[in-house]
Every structure is written in structure tokens, then in C-alpha cells.
Design a protein around this ligand. Structure first.
Ligand SMILES: *[C@@H]1O[C@H](CO)[C@@H](O)[C@H](O)[C@H]1NC(C)=O
Ligand SMILES: *[C@@H]1O[C@H](CO)[C@@H](O)[C@H](O)[C@H]1NC(C)=O
Length: 300
């Protein structure tokens, strides 16, 4: 009697162990929000819930850059991007739930900042990286200010017209740090404290390429009707042909790709670089689009 009971318990235990093996937890997702937004308000909050509803048991962390919602929003305009990336890296590496790796998700400017994390902060490992409307070749156009009384955004516009490459503007104004002036490329290359560095425009840092190549998939989403990002091709690493601001080059026509400064060519050649689009304005994708193109393909 006792023996039978013991056997029952043992097989029950074995069964539990097997279940444990087959139902391994899904990889966590780390989110970096866009400008004017915060980690945990309406926008990122609903993205987080959407992922949690679709992927059972998933851990989703939305990065808060600062000690409060207000700081998080203000830092999106005013905190040096390199310092933000250092901070994000610490938030990620200090989180015990992320130690086995994660998938990364960046929205708008959070797209290029998250790429900074991929290139500079490879531990814990990042598997899939999804950029939703990120400006990987920067912008050449002032941001559209949300609402009527967006003072901070208005200040940003004024300072950008004053001079994006003036050093105090570069060090303190976030959009200046990914300002890419095709008519002043020498200045861009020498003075851009963030974008020119992560795009290997100055020195070529082999570690950046090595780290980007560790990705399993790099997914770039472009909004085909985008009226916020100029030029919208930047979301797929395209940009103006040097010396003018009308004709555009695709990523495949740039030296960054052709000479493979970042490993994009290698990622493409191995089927790991994905160009997706949403036929809408900036960040106006539907939940259905997000579920079928992003969650189901890259987060499950
Ligand atoms: C958060 O608070 C700590 C302690 O007060 C402070 O040292 C740090 O600078 C703050 N972080 C940001 C991003 O403002
Ligand atoms: C990039 O990869 C796609 C899909 O594998 C392929 O069709 C395309 O030719 C590649 N582009 C270049 C420029 O090699």
C-alpha cells in the first residue's frame, strides 16, 4: 500500500518535472518609449498589457528613465542620450528576471536608443530587437509638438533652429543628438554626440558591429504615412543623398550598408534583418497589426 502510494507520488513528480521542461517561460520583453511619453502611462501601459494578454506568463519591463513620470517625460527631451543608455543598461542588468536574456522593443526615438543598448550593453543577451518607427539615420526636421501648450516641445524647436550642433545644445537636447543635417555632414560627423557615434560615422568601433550581429532578428518598422519623422525612410536606415535634402537613398545604397559598418549587410544576408511597414501615420498601428506582425512572430 505504502509502496504504491510512493510510486504514485514519484510518477506525479516526474510528470510535474516534464511539464516544467516543456512549458518554459517565454523570453521577457524590455520596452523603451518615445519622446513626450513615459514608461507606464496610457500608451506603453496598453502595449505592455497587450503583450501580456497574448503571451502567457511573459515578463514585460517598460524602462523608466528617471525617478518619476515627470522626470521620465522630461528626460526624453533633455537628458543626454549617452547617459540615458548607461542608465537603461543598469536598469536591465540589475533586473534578476532578465538574466537569461530578453527581446527588446523601442518606439520612435526609443528605437535608436534601444539600438544603443544593443551595441553598447550586450549582457544580458538580446535575442530579437524590434524598432517601431525609430529614426536610425536621424531626422532633419523639427518635431511636431503634441497638443497646443507643449512648452517643452516648443523650446526644443527653438533650440534646434538656433543650432543643433552648438555644443550645449548637443549635450542637453535629445533631438539634437540625432539631428542629421545632409547639408553639413562634416559638422554632423564631428559634433553629433550620439547618432554619428552609434552609426560608425567617426571611428569604426568593431564591438558595435559584433554586438549587433549577436541578434537573432533585427526588425525595422516604417510608417508609410508618417508625418512626424523627416525623412520617414530613416525608420529603415534610409536617408537623404549627401549634399541636399530631397533625393533619398535606401539603406542598400549607403556606405553604412555597402561597407557593412554595423553588420546590417551580414544580418540581411543571413535572413535576420526584417523590413516591416504599417500603412499609417507615426505609431498609429492597430492592435491586430501589432499582434500578427510583432508579437506572434518575434515574442512567442
Ligand atoms: C534619481 O534619484 C537619485 C537619488 O535622488 C538621483 O541621484 C538621480 O540623479 C535621479 N535620477 C535621474 C535620472 O534624475
Ligand atoms: C536582403 O535580403 C533579402 C531577403 O533575403 C534579399 O531579397 C535582398 O536581395 C537582400 N538585399 C541585398 C541588398 O542584398
Amino acid at each position: 500500500m505504502v509502496v504504491v502510494k510512493a510510486m504514485e507520488i514519484t510518477s506525479y513528480f516526474v510528470l510535474l518535472c516534464l511539464m516544467e521542461i516543456t512549458t518554459q517561460d517565454p523570453l521577457p520583453v524590455v520596452i523603451w518609449h518615445g519622446i513626450g511619453d513615459s514608461c507606464c502611462g496610457r500608451n506603453m501601459g496598453s502595449i505592455k498589457s497587450l503583450i501580456e494578454e497574448q503571451v502567457q506568463g511573459i515578463y514585460v519591463k517598460s524602462l523608466e528613465i528617471g525617478n518619476s513620470t515627470t522626470e521620465d517625460v522630461n528626460n526624453g527631451y533633455l537628458m543626454n542620450v549617452n547617459d540615458q543608455i548607461t542608465m537603461a543598461c543598469k536598469l536591465i542588468s540589475d533586473d534578476s528576471k532578465l538574466q537569461n536574456g530578453y527581446n527588446a522593443l523601442g518606439f520612435s526615438q526609443g528605437g535608436q536608443f534601444m539600438r544603443g543598448v544593443v551595441q553598447r550593453c550586450p549582457t544580458p543577451r538580446i535575442f530579437n530587437f524590434v524598432s517601431i518607427g525609430g529614426q536610425h539615420q536621424g531626422v532633419y526636421g523639427v518635431p511636431k509638438c503634441p497638443g497646443d501648450k507643449s512648452t517643452l516641445c516648443d523650446i526644443v524647436r527653438k533650440l534646434l533652429s538656433y543650432g543643433a550642433y552648438v555644443s550645449f545644445v548637443q549635450d542637453n537636447l535629445v533631438p539634437a543628438e540625432y539631428w542629421h543635417d545632409p547639408l553639413n555632414l562634416d559638422e554632423y560627423r564631428s559634433k553629433s554626440v550620439f547618432l554619428a557615434d552609434i552609426n560608425q560615422e567617426r571611428t569604426k568601433n568593431p564591438v558595435y558591429k559584433e554586438n549587433l550581429l549577436k541578434l537573432k532578428n533585427f526588425v525595422l518598422v516604417k510608417f508609410l504615412q508618417d508625418t512626424t519623422v523627416e525623412p520617414r525612410e530613416s525608420e529603415w536606415f534610409g536617408f537623404y543623398k549627401p549634399g541636399q535634402a530631397k533625393k533619398l537613398l535606401t539603406v542598400f545604397e549607403t556606405p553604412l550598408y555597402q561597407q557593412d559598418w554595423l553588420g546590417l549587410k551580414k544580418l540581411n544576408d543571413t535572413g535576420r534583418l526584417h523590413f516591416l511597414s504599417s500603412d499609417t501615420d507615426h505609431q498609429k498601428f492597430t492592435n491586430e497589426w501589432f499582434i500578427s506582425n510583432i508579437i506572434n512572430k518575434f515574442f512567442k
